[in-house]
Design a protein around this ligand. Structure first.
Ligand code: ADP
Ligand code: MG
Length: 275
């Protein structure tokens, strides 16, 4: 049996395709027979909406209500309120109520570990838990990094990412030192790439050259295509909305890369223990 892997999709910059990647990697993994839970950790609730729950404000149980119960030390049912999407993934939904959580966490006893506490029982039910982070490095993102085994960083291919990346890497380093020494960086995913432009190609080359030695830059690059934006509006994955398109092919390829890098490492790890 493979142990559950928790992956945070993080970048404090907005619009880098974190949510789109969480959704399509999650459903991609489900297509490969993996049991997948998606966690919407952005108070904007974009992931919840993109999966078709457009009335999330009326949901009785969300990430916010579950985390509040942990903070208040109230009993709660760990797998209550999880929604099932018809394309084979589960989701812990979110609505705007979660925006108060940053403040609630600041004064809490388990302020960095609340999400981890919540996910600990859920891990036995899934092969992968993917956490869609908000575009900031606040308490909710720290909670995601503290709960995760690894982080994937989606980066816009046409944006020279050096400045923003340094800040994110500093935060990851701090989390590794103070909260979660086992946190790994799975890699950087280039998204929204218009490879016809020189800028996208230059950014890719410079990223692979400057960072490639230290960190994995996934081989797959996600191309820009209007169908990717339309699929979210339709509450579907890209595989359902435009299955023969370039974005669907790229996310399927990226899914294989994630499985390959993650499960190979884990199997190696386990066999070194069983010897
Ligand atoms: P984030 O979660 O990092 O803020 P999103 O996943 O919400 O980013 O993506 C930002 C915007 O770009 C959304 O409107 C989304 O629909 C759109 N988008 C994402 N991926 C693509 C793509 N490959 N091609 C075109 N538009 C995309
Ligand atoms: Mg998002």
């Amino acid at each position: 049996m493979i142990k559950c892997k928790v992956i945070a999709l993080a970048n404090q910059k907005g619009g880098t395709a974190k949510t789109t990647t969480t959704l399509n990697l999650g459903i991609g993994l489900a297509h490969q027979g993996r049991k997948v839970l998606l966690v919407d950790a952005d108070p904007q609730g974009d992931l919840t909406t993109a999966l078709g729950w457009t009335d999330a404000d009326n949901l009785p149980i969300t990430l916010d209500t579950q985390m509040k119960k942990i903070l208040q030390d109230e009993p709660f049912v760990y797998n209550e309120g999880i929604l099932h999407h018809k394309e084979g993934v589960d989701i812990i939904p979110t609505n705007i109520e979660l925006s108060g959580m940053e403040m609630s966490l600041v004064n809490a006893m388990s302020r960095e570990q609340t999400l981890k506490l919540y996910l600990s029982d859920l891990k036995k039910d899934y092969d992968y838990i993917l956490i869609d982070c908000m575009p900031s490095l606040g308490m909710l993102t720290i909670n995601a990094l503290a709960a995760a085994d690894s982080v994937i960083v989606p980066v816009q291919a046409h944006y020279l990412p050096l400045k923003g990346m340094t800040q994110l890497m500093k935060t990851i380093g701090k989390v590794q030192r103070q909260l979660n020494p086992n946190l790994k960086i799975d890699g950087v995913l280039l998204t929204l790439a218009d490879m016809r432009t020189k800028l996208a190609r230059t950014t890719e080359d410079s990223l692979r050259e400057n960072y490639g030695k230290h960190i994995r830059i996934f081989k797959t690059v996600i191309p820009v295509a209007i169908t990717a934006a339309e699929s979210s509006a339709a509450g579907q994955s890209i595989y359902e909305y435009d299955k023969n398109g370039t974005v669907a092919k790229a996310y399927a390829e990226f899914t294989r890369e994630v499985i390959h890098c993650g499960e190979k490492q884990r199997n190696k790890h386990e066999s070194s223990f069983s010897r």
